[in-house]
Design a protein around this ligand. Structure first.
Ligand SMILES: [Zn+2]
Length: 457
């Protein structure tokens, strides 16, 4: 089956300037040709897609996703999502033009990853955190999705079984982040008091006891009293009791999670694969330590979501600049900061990081609120609209640059170039979220904005 996509603006993903009025020919699952223009008088034997007013780009590669396999969820190895949910998550990625995802729930087995890859058109790739301390951190924070076999498996076996990276090393649930505020802290306090507090109230209590850097020495009694009253806990718990519950809920996984990051970086150096580290205020110190340790080596480290809002914008900028100077790569996650704004309600970090040159290499989504993140392709458009990047540069950050940064994530993909695998996206130039067509391996899996029968297998 041959397909001609003509009349659109072709962005090849290489970073080069777009071809206006160019054409892409797909044949036998491969890109047969990329042309500067298509002669309207010429005939074509196959399907013709008129991409006038549209942009044609390679299928997007998302190097930071969660919840896209039937395996344990998040770095905390929580209970797996059911099939409906993880398949829906993959649908969401595909409808927005993402054709390859890296699952950063590092305790999923490669069987879980292969099952997801087989059952859905999206190319699902796996990462691993099968490390002793990371496993201990997951057990202490949650671990409800663990099978008990993870300790025997190990990173080396995961890598030889096809995992392409080590990560996500650390994670909010194991490092006193949003997952603690949303799930674990309210549950612990409800168990003790019968009062259900909100995510925001939990965060205020946590920060009163542990500060932003998870240090019990920073405990602030006045802040804690105010947060306790605001959460409706005043009179139900003495402040020392409350303080102890907060610390006992949040802290047990923190030490092992930090040690797990060190173990992961050592494994990355040993096995020559990239390590992907959760960047947040809670990991800033260990990241600085590791930046010095890996300085001048060829160990590849990617700092994940360098725009994490637990940093102040100034801290995020400073840490990203240090990482760049030490040879680390940086990923910025769109979360839901552009449209949905449930988990991240500011774009200050995002804009600050992109206003300085060369601080961010690749883009991801992370998970957002219950998997409802903003679209990766929307992040691309935002960078262009705000004049942070040219169209060619912004597309490269979700295609060829990712493929180069993480070898094995998208072999023979990530560019519109003759001979490569035909993962191709057609979307409206004035609204990138209006994806009309997506091809994977040359087959249409989204047509006129709807999933085709080929999307799920
Ligand atoms: Zn993270």
């Amino acid at each position: 089956m041959s397909t001609l996509i003509r009349g659109g603006t072709v962005v090849t993903g290489s970073g080069a300037a777009p071809l206006h009025g160019g054409a892409v020919v797909l044949d036998g699952g491969r890109i047969a040709d990329v042309l500067e223009r298509w002669d309207p008088a010429a005939s074509f034997d196959g399907e013709i897609i008129d991409a006038t007013g549209a942009i044609v780009m390679p299928g997007l590669i998302n190097c930071h996703t969660h919840g896209v396999t039937p395996g344990p969820l998040f770095p905390s190895a929580a209970h797996a999502l059911d099939d409906v949910q993880w398949l829906n998550n993959l649908d969401r990625h595909l409808l927005a033009g993402t054709t390859t995802v890296l699952n950063l729930c590092g305790f999923a087995s490669m069987d879980h990853v292969r099952e997801a890859d087989r059952r859905h058109a999206v190319n699902v790739r796996g990462a691993t955190t099968h490390l002793p301390s990371a496993l201990l951190a997951a057990r202490k924070a949650d671990g409800g999705g663990l099978t008990g076999r993870e300790a025997e498996v190990g990173v080396e076996q995961m890598l030889s079984d096809g995992a392409v990276a080590i990560g996500e090393l650390g994670g909010g649930q194991t490092l006193g982040g949003g997952g603690q505020d949303l799930v674990y802290l309210p549950a612990a306090l409800e168990k003790r008091t019968g009062v259900r507090i909100s995510q925001d109230q939990a965060r205020q209590l946590k920060e009163a006891v542990l500060g932003r850097f998870l240090d019990a020495a920073t405990s602030d009694t006045d802040l804690l009293r105010a947060a306790s009253d605001a959460a409706g806990l005043g009179g139900r718990l003495e402040l020392p009791d409350l303080s102890r519950i907060v610390a006992d809920t949040v802290m047990p996984s923190v030490g092992p999670a930090i040690e797990g990051i060190r173990e992961g970086v050592r494994a990355a150096a040993q096995f020559g694969v990239p390590a992907i580290i959760h960047s947040a205020s809670a990991t800033a110190r260990v990241m600085r330590e590791l930046m010095e340790q890996t300085r001048g080596t060829d160990t590849r480290i990617i700092a994940a979501h360098v725009n994490h809002t637990s940093h102040t914008p100034a801290e995020a900028l400073e840490l990203a600049a240090l990482g760049r100077d030490r040879g680390w790569l940086a990923e910025a996650s769109v979360f839901d900061l552009l449209h949905r704004r449930k988990t991240v309600t500011t774009r200050d970090h995002w804009d600050a990081l992109f206003s300085a040159p060369g601080l961010v290499d690749v883009l991801g989504t992370d998970y957002g609120h219950g998997g409802d993140h903003d679209e990766l392709i929307s992040a691309v458009q935002d960078l262009v609209t705000r004049e942070h990047k040219t169209l060619g540069e912004a597309v490269a950050m979700v295609t060829s640059t990712v493929a180069r940064a993480i070898p094995g994530i998208a072999s023979e993909r990530g560019e519109l170039r003759k001979g490569l695998i035909a993962d191709v996206v057609v979307t409206r130039a004035d609204d990138f979220r209006a994806v009309s067509h997506v091809f994977v391996d040359g087959t249409a899996v989204v047509r006129d904005g709807q999933l085709t029968a080929g999307a799920r297998r």
